[in-house]
Design a protein around this ligand. Structure first.
Ligand code: FMN
Ligand code: SF4
Ligand code: SF4
Length: 409
C-alpha cells in the first residue's frame, strides 16, 4: 500500500511535509492549526533567551510579483518577540498533538546560553531542536544567526554545546550565504548534529522603489539587506541540499522555495528526508497540504513507489559534472499543434537569439540545419507546446569521447 508515513530522527510522522520556523509558527494556536490541516510537523518560531528578544519593525515584508504570482519574498523579521515564560504556555498547547514538536533556538556564541536554551526545550517537551545559525538580518549584527553559521568553528561549538546538554535529537539549520555549505555541514556533524536543515533565507535586496529611492523591504524611510525566500530561491536550496546529501552523511530537512507537491518530491529526490515549507504557506494558508498529499500519493502509486522513503536521493546518481553530460546532435523542437496557440513567441525568440530556424511554428516548419538545439523556443512557449525530440538517426557522444565525426565514425 502506498504510504506517506515516515520516520524522522526516531519520530513517526503522518507525512514528510513540515511548516518551517517563521511567521506561520508564531504561537501554539497556529501550530495546532498546522497539524489539524494535515502537515507532518512544524518548527516553532525561533526562541531565544529573554535578553536577546527584540521587537520587530513594521512593515517587514516585500514581494516581487502580484497576488498568486509572487515568486520572491524579502523579509527582515526577527526571531520571536516573546519571552520564554510566554512560550511555556504556548508549547503546553501542543502536547498530545500527533506530530513531533520541533523547536528552533538561537543565541550568541556564548555556549552556556545555547546549552541553557537546549535544556529549556527538552524540559518543555521538544522532540527535536533546530539550531538557527542562519538568519541573515538583524541577528548577525548581534553575533547571532548567520554570524555563527558562516564560521565552521562556531557551527561546531554551538552544535556540540547543545548536544552535550540534551538527550533529544539536534538539527543544525545552515545558511545558504556561504561559498561552501559542505564545510559547515561537516562542522555540524563533528559537533554531534543528528541532522541538517537548509536553506534559511538568502541575503539580498529584491527591489528598489525608484520614486522614493528606497531599497526593499522599504521600512518607512530605509531598507536593509535581508532574507529572501519563495520559488525564486529554490535552485539554491536544491543545490545545497544535493551537495550536503552527497558529501555529509546525515539526514536532511530540505527547505527553500517549495511551492508545489512536485517541488517537494524534487527536494526529496535530491536527498531530503523531510521538506519544510514557509513562504507558500504564508501566501496560500495551510489547507493546500491535503491536495499535495493526494497528488504525491497518486504519483507514487503510478510510479510504483510504496513508501515515501524510497524517494530520498533518487535523483542524485544522475547529478554529475559537466564533462559527463551527453551531446545529442539530432535533438530538435517538435510543436504540438493541438496545444499551440500560435502566439509566435518561439519564432521571435529563435529569430533574435537562436538559430533563426522557425518559420511557421504550428506547421512544424523548423529548419533543422539552422537549429542549434538550445531549447529556447520550448522555454518561452507559454503553453508548453514544444518538446525537444530526436529526429532522424540519433548521434550521441560524451564530451570525453568527442563528436563521432572527429573519431571517424
Ligand atoms: C517572514 C519570515 C520569517 C522567518 N523567520 C524565521 C525564524 O524565526 N527562524 C528560522 O530559522 N527561519 C526563519 N525564516 C526562514 C524560513 O524558515 C525558511 O528557511 C525560508 O523562508 C526558506 O523557505 P521558503 O522558501 O519555503 O520560505 C523566516 C522566513 C520568513 C519568510
Ligand atoms: S532549439 Fe533553439 S535554435 Fe532550435 S528552433 Fe528552438 S530556439 Fe531555435
Ligand atoms: S511559442 Fe508555443 S504557442 Fe506560441 S507559436 Fe510557438 S509553439 Fe505555438
Amino acid at each position: 500500500m502506498t504510504d506517506l508515513r515516515t520516520e524522522f530522527l526516531g519520530f513517526e510522522m503522518d507525512n514528510p511535509l513540515i511548516i518551517g520556523s517563521a511567521s506561520p509558527t508564531v504561537d501554539g494556536a497556529h501550530m495546532r492549526k498546522i497539524v489539524d490541516a494535515g502537515w507532518g510537523s512544524y518548527v516553532v518560531k525561533t526562541l531565544s533567551l529573554d535578553k536577546n528578544v527584540r521587537p520587530d519593525v513594521r512593515p517587514r515584508l516585500n514581494g516581487i510579483g502580484r497576488y498568486s504570482n509572487i515568486i520572491n519574498l524579502q523579509n527582515c523579521e526577527l526571531i520571536t518577540t516573546h519571552n520564554l515564560d510566554w512560550w511555556e504556555g504556548q508549547l503546553r498547547m501542543l502536547k498530545g498533538l500527533d506530530a513531533p514538536m520541533m523547536v528552533s533556538i538561537m543565541a550568541t556564541p556564548d555556549l552556556d546560553d545555547w546549552a541553557a536554551l537546549g535544556r529549556w526545550c527538552e524540559e518543555h517537551g521538544a522532540s527535536i531542536i533546530e539550531l538557527n545559525v542562519s538568519c541573515p538580518h538583524g541577528c548577525p549584527e548581534e553575533h547571532m544567526g548567520m554570524f555563527i553559521g558562516q564560521d565552521p568553528q562556531l557551527v561546531h561549538d554551538v552544535t556540540k554545546a547543545v548536544k552535550d546538554e540534551v538527550s533529544i535529537p539536534v538539527m543544525t539549520k545552515l545558511t545558504p550565504n556561504v561559498t561552501d555549505i559542505v564545510q559547515m555541514g561537516k562542522a555540524a556533524k563533528k559537533g554531534g548534529a543528528d541532522a541538517l536543515s537548509t536553506i534559511n533565507t538568502i541575503a539580498g535586496i529584491n527591489a528598489v522603489d525608484i520614486y522614493k529611492r528606497l531599497p526593499a523591504p522599504m521600512v518607512l524611510t530605509h531598507g536593509t539587506i535581508s532574507g529572501n525566500s519563495g520559488a525564486s530561491v529554490r535552485m539554491i536550496a536544491y543545490k545545497w541540499v544535493a551537495d550536503l546529501a552527497q558529501n555529509v552523511k546525515l539526514p536532511i530537512s530540505g527547505i527553500g522555495g517549495i511551492d508545489s507537491w512536485q517541488a517537494a518530491i524534487g527536494m526529496m529526490m535530491l536527498g531530503a528526508s523531510t521538506v519544510q515549507v514557509v513562504t507558500e504557506a504564508m501566501f496560500e494558508g495551510f489547507g493546500f497540504v491535503q491536495e499535495w498529499k493526494r497528488r504525491m500519493l497518486e504519483f507514487m502509486h503510478e510510479e510504483g513507489y510504496e513508501s515515501v522513503d524510497e524517494l530520498i536521493g533518487l535523483a542524485l546518481p544522475s547529478l554529475s559534472s559537466y564533462e559527463d553530460l551527453e551531446v545529442e546532435d539530432h535533438l530538435y523542437p517538435e510543436v504540438n499543434d493541438d496545444v499551440c496557440v500560435q502566439c509566435q513567441r518561439c519564432k521571435i525568440a529563435c529569430g533574435d537569439t537562436g538559430g533563426g530556424a522557425i518559420t511557421t511554428p504550428y506547421l512544424n516548419d523548423i529548419d533543422d540545419e539552422k537549429c542549434l538545439g538550445c531549447a529556447l523556443c520550448a522555454v518561452v512557449c507559454p503553453v508548453g507546446a514544444i518538446d525537444m525530440v530526436v529526429r532522424g538517426e540519433s548521434q550521441r557522444w560524451t564530451r570525453e569521447q568527442g563528436p563521432p565525426v572527429e573519431k571517424g565514425v
